[in-house]
Write a protein that binds this ligand. Structure first.
Ligand code: UGA
Length: 432
């Protein structure tokens, strides 16, 4: 099939590349000419394991192309995916849909035969209805169908998540489009993915409800971890003990710092805001947002206790600053709260991240980037493990530190506390 992806951010680029790998002809469109020129040279704008190889392979075999010309690309395609950003609006909690609607307007100028217009961007329920109205101003409804096909990719695991999804959700108000989409996804369905066909509004809500539910699970275990810390229990035992109940499930029960990234914080706020428009109070999701907003503060309070109220001039090695491992994404990472606070309190921080230097800390006092794990740990009083990169899981602390009183604060519970204690260092985890 001939596909066009509008927007080469996470969702557009990963889905476009994977669709081309499944044998479709795909054009990825973006306004940003530098991005497009770079992609043509195989320079990928994001860090995502496996993506570069797939871009190079499919660009070379000409199934994948890149363009800044939206109208021309839409004309050449049967299915058009809108994959643009839906950030939180300034001074509001709702999603800013400007880019979705402006893509819709542009598309409407290029419809020369029947096309399926798919919203893959995360959009509040009823956005598809509005998009349909915008396009219908220029084009007769018999020449297009607006469909919702939300994406469930995780950064850092995006290729795998695309190829082996648990489910493919297609929300369409016409059967013909749903059938075409089922055919497009048939290589994944034949490998075991469930195909969920709903009406358009339901698919839009499935996406928000999924993210809000996962955020709830994380906040739930984070709060249980707080109780574990006071009662001498290891939260890892609780995660195993409850997760084995199939009604609960073991995934997304890892306690840690506040959840971050470009989705959970934004989407939990947006679903609450959408519900308010319909006079519905999503009180559970509201508490999740509140709990997560308090999380960094709680972790800093514990850190202050661990350091016996002496943060000034303490040397801190901070490992991993992105919102989680296997990504270079800093959006809503809890490090953006933790590091500035510690810098303000007079700590001397050397941070290291496998994805390199981060401009976000450029203007902070006594915060510098280390080019290796060893350089960051050397001479430090405390090591904070903020993300769960594999690179951190086998650190030999003794090799890097001569400090016999070294403290390790493992915010992802990647080490066994008894093993660290055995080598003579003080260890603190989350919910332990
Ligand atoms: C999330 C969803 O997992 C995807 O299904 C969805 O497609 C995506 O948002 C989106 O809407 O685009 P992502 O934000 O990339 O994906 O990353 P996650 O792996 O879900 O992690 C989000 C946050 O939760 C991170 O800060 C992570 O460290 C935290 N987390 C996750 C935990 O603290 N504990 C867990 O057990 C799992």
């Amino acid at each position: 099939m001939k596909l066009c992806m509008i927007g080469t951010g996470y969702v557009g680029l990963v889905s476009g590349v994977c669709f081309s790998d499944l044998g479709n002809d795909v054009i990825c469109v973006d306004k940003d000419i530098n991005k497009i020129n770079n992609l043509k040279k195989g320079i990928i704008p994001i860090y995502e394991p496996g993506l570069e190889e797939l871009v190079l392979k499919n660009y070379k075999n000409k199934r994948l192309n890149f363009s800044t010309n939206l109208r021309d690309s839409v004309k050449k395609s049967d299915i058009v995916f809108i994959c643009v950003g839906t950030p939180t609006k300034k001074n509001s909690n709702s999603a800013d849909l400007t880019q979705v609607f402006s893509a819709g307007k542009e598309i409407s100028k290029s419809i020369n035969k029947f096309k399926i217009i798919i919203n893959k961007s995360t959009v509040p329920v009823t956005t598809g209805d509005e998009l349909e109205k915008i396009i219908a101003k220029k084009v007769n409804k018999k020449y297009f169908s607006v469909v919702s096909n939300p994406e469930f990719l995780r950064e850092g695991e995006a290729i795998r998540d695309f190829i082996y999804p648990d489910r493919v959700v297609v929300g369409s108000n016409d059967k013909k489009s749903s059938k075409i989409l089922k055919n497009l996804y048939s290589p994944l369905i034949s490998k075991g993915a469930k195909f969920v066909s709903t009406n358009r509004r339901a698919a839009e809500l499935i996406k928000y409800a999924s993210n809000a539910f996962l955020a709830t699970k994380i906040s739930f275990i984070n709060e249980i971890a707080n109780l574990c810390e006071k009662t001498g229990i290891d939260v890892e035992d609780i995660s195993i003990g409850i997760g084995l109940d199939k009604r609960i499930g073991s995934r997304f029960l890892r306690a840690g710092p506040a959840y971050g990234g470009s989705c959970f914080p934004k989407d939990t706020k947006a679903i609450v805001s959408t519900a308010e428009k319909f006079k519905i109070n999503l009180s559970i999701i509201k508490s999740v947002i509140k709990s997560n907003n308090l999380r960094s503060h709680l972790l800093l309070k514990r850190l202050t206790l661990i350091m016996k109220n002496k943060i000034k001039n303490k040397k801190i090695s901070f490992l991993g600053v992105t919102f989680k491992a296997n990504t270079d994404d800093m959006r809503d990472s809890s490090s953006l709260e933790l590091i500035p606070y510690l810098s303000k309190k007079g700590a001397k921080i050397k941070y290291y991240d496998p994805t390199g230097y981060k401009k976000e800390f450029k203007n902070l006092k006594n915060v510098e980037f280390s080019t290796s794990i060893g350089e960051s740990i050397k001479g430090s009083d405390i090591v904070i493990i903020h993300t769960e990169w594999n690179d951190f899981k086998s650190i030999n602390f003794k090799k890097f530190s001569k400090n016999k009183k070294l403290i390790i604060y493992d915010m992802r519970n990647i080490f066994s506390s008894s093993k660290i204690k055995k080598i003579g260092f003080k260890y603190f985890g989350i919910g332990r």
